[in-house]
Design a protein around this ligand. Sequence first.
Ligand code: SAM
Length: 254
Amino acid sequence: MSEARETTHFGERQVALEDKQGLVNAVFHGVADRYDLMNDLMSGGIHRLWKDAMVARLAPPKGGRRPYRVLDMAGGTGDIAERIINASVGYAEVTVADINPDMLRVGEERARKWRFPARVEFVAANAEELPFADESFDAYTIAFGIRNVPRIEKALKQAHRVLRRGGRFLCLEFSQADLPVLSEIYKVFSDRVIPPMGRLVTGDAEPYQYLVESIRKFPKPEQFAAMIAKTGFKRVTHTAYTGNIVALHAAWKL
Ligand code: SAM
């Protein structure tokens, strides 16, 4: 007798839960070298402002009596890490963790030219099973990563586990544009512009089709905030940016 397999979304497709990660990995394997360029093209550079806003909210200290350690999960090519380290003027120590070695390789190459290259380390890790000790970080950041993780609740539990008490959780993720005109423009742009642009720049439209569809399938900010709270995080809030195209979720481990 065959057991009913648990399924999840991979873009519009319904796939077995255990198959999603492999499909996601293939997407980022294919685009790693052009990933940063595509982010700039797709967002008109605005992803930089959203990331700046996340780091401004984190407000990492510029000094102190003990180290300030940040885990930038699904940190890919390291641009959040660079911002955090620069904002702390080289005081913060950032671990960039990502499941995809290709994204990490691009990040490691880029980091050699940073202002404070010695303050970052790159670690291959799955957000669902972190190889870090309990209560070992002061902050956990994740930008445009959580919607790619098959078992989001598991990743949230791991985030909570590795944060010390008083630690900060910040998650930047796409939301649903809600201003009437903007949401129409956004829909046309997502369907008609992003996949062809992806093909032009990376040679393949499919990863960008996945990107558009995965955004549509991700829970609404209120639902995702409820998931964060259920994990045990406190003072859970979310802030909309650019007409709700993106939301910044913030919470504390208290
Ligand atoms: N944080 C970067 C940024 O904001 O540009 C990269 C975001 S990119 C859209 C998503 C990243 O999530 C990819 O680098 C991918 O490899 C990573 N990822 C997907 N599933 C993951 C998992 N289970 N654990 C860790 N990283 C994962």
